[in-house]
Design a protein around this ligand. Structure first.
Ligand code: GLA
Length: 384
């Protein structure tokens, strides 16, 4: 969806041209799942799917919101009356960003906003982070707040955690704000140190397929929060600030110290091995061994399924089918409990793989998944 279309619709809705148009992408995570609230490593890249926002400032404290993707008219809110967990629909994302900016002392005195997004919702591809970041970037530019990208990501995470009420980590917002075309983002979620890792699958005759199972996930549903609390308990029992501080080569010792805390042991094992998998993928890519990351992705899925227990039958079926049809590796991506999986495969195998997925899903009585090839795309940007 282009800037022109969003600009034109804004003008129609609000009776004046917007001051500008911005875009922010959804993301897919290559490896490093549930590590971000353990101060660990993640490696997402930006999707071509993005949220686009046409925005103008206001000086009267009014926030007007409209979405092309939702039935209904313009929603009008008072900026100084925004309160955590008061909005329960899509407006919570843009309103939460305005709330977080104002709460941090930034002089945002209102806005007219029209949003349109191509990021599938409920698919674990960060449609909400895309909405947050596009609004944050627009307001940062218009109000000349001078905030860095990582600071916008932190503010948007706060909007999500406090205003929306979902206890997520920092990965999605940082990915949307900081990813670069042709690269995966190696991010240390402790200090937000970043390294752009060239990730050109086409040059290797490979492709990364995203398979949206269309099983809707919901983070605030409690399971995500339970995993997070379990990880915090593990860190406390081991006497570290976060599970990131348990080195991979001391894992056996750490697990032994957890004694009969079986559930915590499983969570700790996933986080420690997952951080190690991110480092292995970074090393393999640096060595040009792109095909060799496949088995590491698959190991990550087994760990999320068996130890962290956030997979579901549909995600497991994608992985199983992909591997049975010659894929190099496959795993669920994002928070889990539904949403999407990724498959690393030879490009030539995509048609047969897609057909096999459709067949096995039909046979199992599941909805046909939505499949697309993902190429690392640009992060958030001003379009005009
Ligand atoms: C969701 C959250 C992220 C991260 C992932 C799991 O996408 O928003 O912060 O925790 O789940 O890796």
């Amino acid at each position: 969806m282009g800037a022109e279309q969003v600009r034109a619709r804004f003008t129609e809705l609000y009776g004046a041209e917007p001051e500008g148009v911005w875009a922010a992408p959804g993301r897919v995570n290559l490896i490093g799942e549930h590590t971000d609230y353990n101060d660990g490593f993640v490696m997402p890249f930006a999707l071509p799917h993005r949220a686009v926002a046409a925005v103008s400032r206001r000086t009267d404290g009014v926030l007007r919101l409209h979405s092309a993707d939702v039935d209904g008219g313009v929603v009008e809110l008072a900026a100084d009356a925004l309160a955590p967990e008061s909005d329960t629909d899509w407006t919570a994302y843009p309103a939460g960003v305005v709330w977080a900016l104002r709460e941090a002392g930034h002089p945002v005195t209102g806005a007219d906003i029209h949003l349109a997004s191509t990021v599938p919702t409920g698919a674990g591809l960060s449609s909400s982070a895309a909405l947050e970041i596009v609004v944050a970037l627009a307001l940062n530019d218009l109000y000349e707040l001078g905030l860095e990208r990582w600071q916008l990501a932190r503010l948007c995470q706060r909007a999500e955690n406090v205003y929306v009420g979902a206890p997520t980590g920092i990965m999605d917002q940082t990915a949307s704000a900081c990813c670069e075309e042709g690269h995966a983002l190696f991010l240390d979620t402790r200090d937000l140190a970043q390294r752009q890792i060239p990730f050109d699958l086409a040059a290797e005759g490979l492709c990364l397929l995203v398979v949206d199972t269309r099983v809707q996930h919901a983070h605030s549903s409690g399971e995500y929060g339970k995993r997070r609390a379990g990880c915090e308990k593990g860190a406390a029992l081991l006497g570290v600030d976060a599970l990131r501080d348990v080195p991979y080569d001391t894992l056996d010792d750490a697990l032994a110290r957890l004694g009969d805390e079986e559930e915590v042991r499983r969570l700790v094992r996933h986080i420690v091995t997952e951080n190690h998998r991110v480092e292995r993928v970074v090393a393999l890519l640096a060595a040009g061994e792109v095909r060799a990351i496949g088995p590491v992705l698959t190991e990550g899925h087994a760990s999320l399924r068996d130890d962290f227990r956030v997979s579901c039958p549909e995600l497991d079926l994608v992985v199983h089918t992909a591997l049975a049809h010659g894929a190099l590796g496959a795993r669920m991506t994002g928070g889990g409990f539904g949403g999407s999986a990724i498959i690393l495969t030879d490009s030539a195998a995509v048609p047969s793989l897609t057909a096999a997925l459709e067949k096995t899903f039909t046979e199992a009585g599941h909805t046909t998944p939505r499949t697309f090839e993902a190429t690392p795309s640009p992060g958030a940007t001003r379009l005009d």
